[in-house]
Design a protein around this ligand. Structure first.
Ligand SMILES: Nc1ncnc2c1ncn2[C@@H]1O[C@H](COP(=O)(O)OP(=O)(O)OP(=O)(O)O)[C@@H](O)[C@H]1O
Ligand SMILES: [Mg+2]
Length: 288
């Protein structure tokens, strides 16, 4: 299958030629398939936010090329503009960017920019609000009347309202409690299920990756150093730990049990997987 997003050796240097010069990305080549759910992890400063902003053209890499559906996103002005709608980007703490008088108008901002008529805009707003669980009466409120979690969801709805083919979010659950975090993840999952969109999420939560991602891409020092299904990536816990990254709790427990000599299976990344392995172990012990 042809990738929907592809980067070919992108390098990004901030403030080139000044004393603040900093290489944030080096030769990053990456592909995302349609419908894939990709988790991006990496230590602070490893280049994650810089990278995702190159994917919708917000940051123009110093060198290298970003492709959408096989075509350079810089091929023409129209194309570069179009990509902003096809590749939706939710910034970190996006609720700080709500500025309209009503939630409705905030969510409508993107679709209006796309040139849709009032009827289509209203339809997009209602649809996006539905994905994130905002109620009809929330739409007429000021964003500032909403709770923190709902405000975050309203901001995500503003991106979903453009019906992006690729939805990218930079730490969408940062600062939320566990319940608020699972709701956001469920909202994003619902959007993906109903549209077949590709999801790319930057996160510090290995549990989130274990439960949702098809693939995990690990950044270190501006480079991709690992790109594998979660079970394969988390089996390399020593390498991850050397980069200051952890593994899901279930993986850590399985590793500890194995170190104590218990013949516990590899590839465990969720609580369910751990439970099944322990049951298996007990059954084995019973039959011995
Ligand atoms: N506007 C900028 N000017 C100069 N350097 C920058 C700029 N933005 C980011 N950097 C630097 O580029 C590197 C990569 O930053 P980036 O924000 O992409 O990392 P990150 O992986 O998203 O980190 P975090 O986990 O803290 O969000 C860091 O060293 C950062 O200090
Ligand atoms: Mg970041």
């Amino acid at each position: 299958m042809a990738p929907v997003i592809k980067t070919e050796k992108i390098t990004h240097i901030y403030s080139a030629g000044t004393v603040f010069e900093h290489t944030a990305l080096s030769d990053v080549s990456f592909e995302a398939l349609r419908g894939e759910y990709i988790g991006i992890i990496g230590h602070t400063g490893s280049g994650k936010s810089t990278f995702i902003q190159t994917l919708n053209g917000l940051i123009r890499p110093t060198s290298g090329t970003v492709f959408f559906d096989g075509t350079d996103i810089r091929q023409s002005k129209e194309r570069t503009r179009d990509i902003r709608f096809k590749v939706g980007l939710v910034f970190q703490y996006p609720e700080y960017q709500l500025f309209e008088e009503t939630v409705f108008n905030d969510i409508a901002f993107g679709p209006k920019n796309m040139g849709l008529n009032a009827h289509e805009v209203a339809e997009r707003v209602r649809e996006a609000a539905g994905f994130v669980g905002l109620r009809e009466d929330d739409l007429e409120k000021s964003p500032f009347e909403l709770s923190g979690g709902l405000r975050r969801r309203a901001a995500i709805a503003g991106v979903i309202a453009m019906r992006p083919e690729v939805l990218i979010a930079d730490e969408p659950t940062a600062g939320l409690d566990p319940a608020g975090s699972s709701e956001i993840i469920a909202n994003i999952g619902a959007y993906r299920r109903s549209t077949g969109a590709t999801i790319i999420i930057v996160t510090h939560s290995m549990e989130e990756i274990a439960q949702n991602a098809d693939r995990v891409t690990v950044f270190d020092g501006g480079r991709i150093v690992m790109d594998a299904p979660p079970a394969a990536a988390f089996s390399r816990s020593d390498e991850l730990s050397a980069m200051g990254l952890g593994v899901p709790a279930a993986t850590a427990i399985a590793n500890r049990l194995r170190a104590r000599g218990l013949p516990i299976a590899g590839g465990i990344i969720t609580a369910d997987g751990l439970r099944a392995a322990l049951r298996e172990l007990r059954r084995g012990a019973g039959s011995a």
